[in-house]
Ligand binder design. Structure first.
Ligand code: CU
Length: 335
């Protein structure tokens, strides 16, 4: 059984190389370079390790054979083999370390070269415990806000300008690139250059409070046409309510507690301290990846957010059942 253990672990190891949240996916230019660097480091270190382990039995055998006495050792001279072997070993170590340093340097240079020409700029602000996402444009009419979801066109270098409103967080979409801290009062940045379309999952990678684990970010890498379609749809104001129930929900959301924190473009709701809800129902998850988007979860989240994400800034308002039905009906229209 013990002998079979490595074989049993193999699917687990290989399984870690694919998925929506893995540093071994190579779905972004930076993460692909890091994988190449990782393989190179592993190969060099493995060769060095095998040389040391291989030389060990020889050294032990020689030591045993000579079996010098204390008196012998006093007059013992270095074996003629040791001098050249030592020189070869020192040479190998220097060569290996130089190769690792050069590979590291070149990887860093390639990443920096991509960062010089971003075609898309997105401002990402971390909050306990959600992500505010703002797409910048030189044309103010094409600037828009969303939350907890990032769409990127494939093959286009996107620069993410990062900051935080409260504590230090860390932005990490392992399939695409390495980590970068988001620090209150400071701007940092990370460049994402996706190589493949697909859905990926980002996660805050620095402990930031009780709901740190429920601070995820969905990343959708789209074709150019899909990205344009999504972007244009997000620029539209919120859909107008069409049924009496939706209208009752609209009235509640835009004039009562919700509107003091959330904004919905094209309505009186203009709060700026919580996720923008203009196209809330088009997102894949609720509360930064806490649960999938869906009617049941929406009822649960609005009725009692504190039991689903304890400590979250979203208060339990205490809606009457009729108000809850109306609010859910309206929020579902915000596609
Ligand atoms: Cu965190």
């Amino acid at each position: 059984m013990i002998r079979r253990a490595p074989v049993l672990f193999l699917p687990l190891v290989l399984g870690a190389c694919e998925g929506v949240q893995t540093a071994m996916g190579g779905d972004g230019a930076e993460s692909a370079r890091f994988i190449d660097l990782f393989v190179f480091f592993t190969a060099i270190c493995t060769v060095m390790y095998l040389l040391v382990v291989g030389a060990l039995p020889f050294a032990l055998w020689r030591r045993k054979r000579s079996a010098l006495t204390v008196d012998d050792r006093r007059h013992h001279h270095t074996s003629p083999v040791v001098g050249p072997a030592l020189a070869i070993w020192v040479g190998l170590v220097v060569l290996g370390l130089t190769a690792l340093t050069v590979a590291s340097f070149l990887t860093d240079r390639s990443n920096a070269a991509d960062a010089r020409k971003p075609a898309l700029i997105v401002k990402v602000t971390a909050n306990q415990w959600w992500w505010d996402v703002e797409y910048a444009s030189t044309d103010p009419s094409r600037t828009m806000r969303t939350a907890n979801e990032l769409h990127l066109p494939v093959g286009v270098p996107a620069q993410l300008i990062l900051t935080s409103n409260d504590v230090i967080h860390s932005f990490w979409v392992p399939n695409l690139a390495g980590k970068q801290d988001l620090i209150p009062g400071r701007m940092t940045d990370v460049l994402l250059l996706p190589r493949r379309t697909g859905l990926y999952r980002g996660q805050c990678a620095e402990f930031c409070g009780v709901q740190h684990t429920q601070m995820a970010l969905n990343v959708s890498v789209d074709s150019a046409a899909d990205f344009r379609r999504w972007y244009d749809s997000q620029l539209q104001p919120a859909a107008a309510p069409t049924t009496p129930l939706q209208l009752a929900g609209y009235r509640y959301v835009t004039t009562r507690e919700c509107s003091s924190c959330h904004a919905i473009a094209g309505t009186p709701a203009g709060g700026q301290v919580a996720p923008d809800l203009t196209h809330f129902a088009s997102r894949r998850t609720i509360a930064a990846g806490t649960m999938p988007m869906g009617k049941g979860n929406l009822y649960g989240w609005i009725a009692d957010p504190q039991s689903l994400k304890t400590g979250s800034r979203m208060p339990t308002v205490g809606l009457e059942p009729a108000e809850l039905h109306a609010v859910v009906a309206y929020l579902e229209t915000l596609k």
